[in-house]
Design a protein around this ligand. Structure first.
Ligand SMILES: *Cc1c(COP(=O)(O)O)cnc(C)c1O
Length: 399
């Protein structure tokens, strides 16, 4: 089928909620994708921080194929080894006590919010407030879009679930003002992703942890984007010397197979009893077999130091680009392989920069209209960084 025919079928039949780029992607290998015409693209988006091991990674393909040949799904009414293994690994890695699997990031956060509410209700029936950050992103279900501190995602969906409040990320004084004994949980991304790649500053998360402890509020960290090794540590919170009560994961956790997860302390886990929460698909053997490959690969010390090193090289190359185009790039920020370049009066818009890069064979992302966001597969090397920097250099110089 031709590209035109596929555009036409999709545009006519699919719900028009995505502004799609006009290419049809067909296959991938390592850090490259190929469209239906055979054009090759360097993939510095990784399906939005999902394909952590790149495309068509052999051990992942084999694990999925082997599991599919045995059994894809059995429901959570029974035990499977794949799920028991994945939960055991996540508990060990997180330093928390219990894991639960869902099918997406939003669902993982939804579960985290539910267990926090149930936990706090035992302390006091009016301990329901959940504080999140402006410019955060937590998902698209009604509770998680309410948790998302961006009014554009709320509009038209009211009435929204009650009990949510917002503070500015990195502003500890504002949190100190809003938090109280009525606070059930503070929910933050360890590094803000979709909102423009904002890491915590000035020991912010340690101070948040202290405030949560003071008021008996749970700290929920959303590592759906920043976790799975992307920051250079398996959990980004390890970088900032703190531990949450609940952490959520998704995106890269199964290398591209849909999955979500939350982990929590035993104390929090005790709030849920059989029947309080559930899912039909969540944590099925196929998704967990894929997750087990990621969990056997990414937490390895050598793998994580690779992320740290290639991330540092990439950041340095972006800073060089900023020095060359100071009138177009005003800031470079991020950790490991979640990096952002803040645009400031660029010759062409962020979206146009993305399009021009695509013409030249590189897939990158622009978030909130003004931040070039780089969330590539974690297996990229310095030469891939050079390739994308050369393309960006060309785009920024020519517009
Ligand atoms: C992507 C994302 C989500 C939502 O995940 P979905 O799988 O799209 O539901 C939630 N939180 C963060 C930080 C994310 O980046």
């Amino acid at each position: 089928m031709t590209e035109e025919k596929i555009f036409e079928r999709d545009d006519k039949n699919y719900l028009p909620v995505f502004n799609r780029y006009k290419i049809v992607l067909e296959r991938g290998e390592g850090v490259y994708l190929y469209d239906i015409n055979g054009k090759k693209y360097l993939d510095f988006l990784a399906g939005i921080a999902v394909n952590v091991l790149g495309h068509a990674y052999k051990p992942l393909v084999e694990a999925i194929s082997n599991q599919a040949a045995k059994v894809i799904h059995v429901s959570n009414l029974y035990y499977t080894q794949a799920q028991a293994d994945a939960a055991t690994k996540l508990v060990a890695l997180s330093g928390l006590d219990r894991a639960f699997f869902a099918n997406s990031g939003a669902e993982a956060n939804e579960g985290a919010i539910k267990i926090a509410r149930k936990f706090a209700k035992k302390i006091s029936p009016d301990k329901v407030q959940i504080i999140t950050a402006w410019d955060s992103f937590h998902g698209r279900t009604l509770a998680t879009l309410t948790a998302t501190g961006q009014p554009k995602y709320h509009k038209g969906f009211e009435p929204l679930p009650a009990g949510f409040d917002y503070v500015h990320y990195n502003d500890i004084a504002e949190l100190e003002e809003k938090i109280s004994d009525k606070t059930c949980a503070v929910m933050l991304e360890t590094i803000q992703g979709e909102g423009g790649v904002y890491p915590p500053k000035n020991n912010y998360l340690a101070k948040v942890r202290e405030l949560c402890d003071k008021y008996g509020a749970l700290l929920i960290l959303d590592e759906i984007q920043s976790g799975m090794g992307r920051s250079g540590k398996f959990f980004a919170y390890e970088k900032f010397g703190i531990k949450p009560d609940i952490v959520t994961l998704a995106k890269g956790l199964a290398g591209g197979v849909p999955i979500g997860a939350f982990m929590c302390t035993e104390k929090v886990a005790q709030a849920f009893h059989a029947g309080d929460h559930g899912t039909t698909f969540g944590g099925n053997p196929l998704a967990c077999a894929a997750a087990n490959v990621v969990l056997d690969t990414v937490p390895d010390e050598k793998f994580l130091s690779h992320v740290e090193e290639v991330g540092a090289y990439f950041k340095q190359r972006l800073i060089e680009l900023q020095k060359k185009y100071p009138e177009q790039i005003s800031d470079v920020r991020g950790e490991g392989l979640i990096l952002g370049a803040q645009l400031d009066k660029p010759k062409i818009s962020g979206v146009e920069i993305v399009n021009e890069c695509m013409k030249r064979g590189a897939i990158i992302n622009c978030t909130v209209g003004t931040v070039l966001r780089f969330i590539p597969p974690l297996i990229i090397t310095n030469s891939h960084v050079d390739e994308v920097i050369n393309i960006l250099d060309d785009v920024l110089s020519n517009g």
